[in-house]
Write a protein that binds this ligand. Structure first.
Ligand SMILES: [Ca+2]
Ligand SMILES: [Ca+2]
Length: 231
């Protein structure tokens, strides 16, 4: 029995590391209101995860602050220690690089500037889209072949080189094999993007996932699968 539990634990640990491929962040609850001053950058981010990605792009950036009310995002180098009061900016949160927190991380692909995360709870397509939006993201958009290739490694790791079951963005609202994403663009219908013989589901399979050969398949939108978010 203990052996079985240990095996399950090892599988869980293995999957967690595959699921969470890059830099991670955690909110520092213990700080006393002091910040590392002189931000190396200050931007209006699309969300908390976008802010961590911006900081992850700079080797010097060790501390990040983000205000979810204003989307204000600042990155700091660790060695500058001039004080700033968090209380002067209501709602601003402080994050330090290095610890793990599943809520605030993404895999970052330098070639495509992609920030993506494989979510391993099972959701139907619309539930998956809603979960991505919770963090100011959206379902992963397969708008180029490079993007499909960029996530293949993470999926191969997680699914152990076997069949993937992962929602991405795209829905065929009019049963015309036109899979429209939330930004209005269409998923390319070129054979190279799709698993052999797909899309094949006519009006019964209206939503898009990554499946056989780490390429696209149309599935019924109500099936529950894991999903890829993009930020
Ligand atoms: Ca279809
Ligand atoms: Ca299909």
């Amino acid at each position: 029995m203990i052996n079985i539990l240990l095996s399950l634990l090892m599988i869980w640990i293995g999957r967690t590391s595959a699921d969470l491929p890059s830099t991670s962040w955690i909110r520092n609850y213990d700080q006393s209101g002091k910040l590392y001053d002189n931000p190396m950058f200050e931007i209006t981010a699309r969300g908390r995860i976008h802010c961590t990605v911006r900081c992850s792009m700079e080797s010097c950036c060790q501390t990040m602050t983000y205000n979810p009310n204003t989307n204000g995002c600042r990155g700091y180098c660790r060695n500058t220690t001039i004080e700033e009061e968090l209380s002067s900016d209501a709602g601003r949160e402080l994050y330090l690089r290095g610890d793990t927190s599943a809520d605030h991380m993404c895999g970052y692909d330098k070639n495509t500037s992609l920030c993506y995360s494989l979510k391993t709870d099972d959701q139907d397509k619309h539930g998956a889209a809603a979960q991505c939006e919770r963090d100011n993201g959206h379902l992963f958009r397969v708008e180029s072949f490079e993007r499909l290739l960029a996530v293949e490694g993470v999926l191969r790791d997680y699914f152990n080189n076997s069949l993937a079951y992962v929602w991405v963005d795209g829905e065929d609202y009019n049963s015309t094999n036109n899979y429209v994403m939330a930004n209005g663009n269409s998923v390319p219908l070129t054979d190279a993007f799709w698993s052999s013989g797909e899309p094949n589901g006519l009006e019964y399979e209206q939503c898009v996932g990554i499946h056989y050969g780490y390429k696209l398949n149309d599935w019924p939108c109500v099936i529950r699968h894991k999903y890829l978010c993009e930020y």
